[in-house]
Write a protein of this length. Structure first.
Length: 255
């Protein structure tokens, strides 16, 4: 994909989708380069970050950028518009072909709110974005399904699954977990124990646009472009599951 694929008058939703797609295509090229292991991870992080930084500087030069792979410029705290990006979410899965559970996140925060977002899953040739909000299919599973980390699922989520009679579905990438709810691969993603704004800003923007419930695990609002970019917990789920999930956390906590 080249600049000619982006309309000169593209809005922020279209730009987010194009950026995520373009970075995803670059990552697919890197994945075919013959590199493996740590070298492949580092090359992917670097290539996607540099591409997104260059394209944002070209297409939205007045906006601030917060990237996982970039230096945190605190001038963003006084900016009206900040792009929050994770150039490669799920680096481990990216380095393990043919796994497809890795993603590119591009979100726009504007005047206190997430204004646009896109999550590309390049290995699936899919991009989910707020310019064309996904329609969440009717639930196809009798039992709720909760997305969890394939390497370090939180213990409290196992207890939550037992209480609400749910199945756990392991996968990589926080963005892929959120989008799994959008796609009816799962019905909820419940996490505590460490994330940053770039891990979930774009996925949350897409999930909200699709009509899903999104909050911190205590039910409070997810806030972005904060001085401390740690955002360690979240719930994304079908609306009907929010009450039992939040009630479980209220009674049992996340320890």
């Amino acid at each position: 994909m080249t600049d000619t694929d982006l309309s000169p008058d593209a809005d922020d939703h279209e730009l987010a989708a194009w950026l995520a797609t373009t970075a995803g295509e670059r990552l697919l090229d890197v994945r075919e380069s013959g590199l493996t292991g740590r070298e492949l991870k580092d090359a992917g992080d670097r290539a996607a970050h540099e591409l997104l930084a260059d394209l944002l500087a070209q297409h939205r030069p007045a906006d601030a950028v917060l990237s996982e792979e970039g230096k945190d410029d605190k001038r963003r705290l006084s900016a009206a518009r900040v792009w929050i990006v994770d150039p490669l979410d799920g680096t481990r899965e990216f380095s393990e072909p043919p796994r497809d559970d890795w993603a590119v996140h591009v979100a726009l925060w504007e005047n206190g709110e997430l204004a646009a977002g896109a999550v590309a899953q390049p290995a699936l040739r899919e991009v989910f974005h707020t310019g064309r909000p996904p329609v969440v299919p009717p639930r196809t599973s009798a039992r709720p399904r909760i997305a969890v980390s394939r390497t370090r699922p939180p213990a409290f989520v196992t207890a939550l699954a037992e209480e609400i009679d749910a199945d756990l579905v392991p996968m990589g990438s926080a963005g892929v977990k959120v989008i799994s709810v959008v796609r009816d691969v799962t019905d909820a993603y419940v996490h505590a124990g460490g994330q940053y704004e770039w891990d979930n800003a774009a996925p949350v923007a897409v999930a909200r646009a699709a009509g899903l419930f999104c909050s911190r695990v205590d039910g409070s609002e997810l806030r972005y472009n904060q001085d401390d970019v740690s955002l360690p917990d979240l719930v994304v789920c079908r609306p009907e599951l929010s009450a039992p999930i939040l009630e479980f956390v209220r009674r049992h906590g996340t320890d």
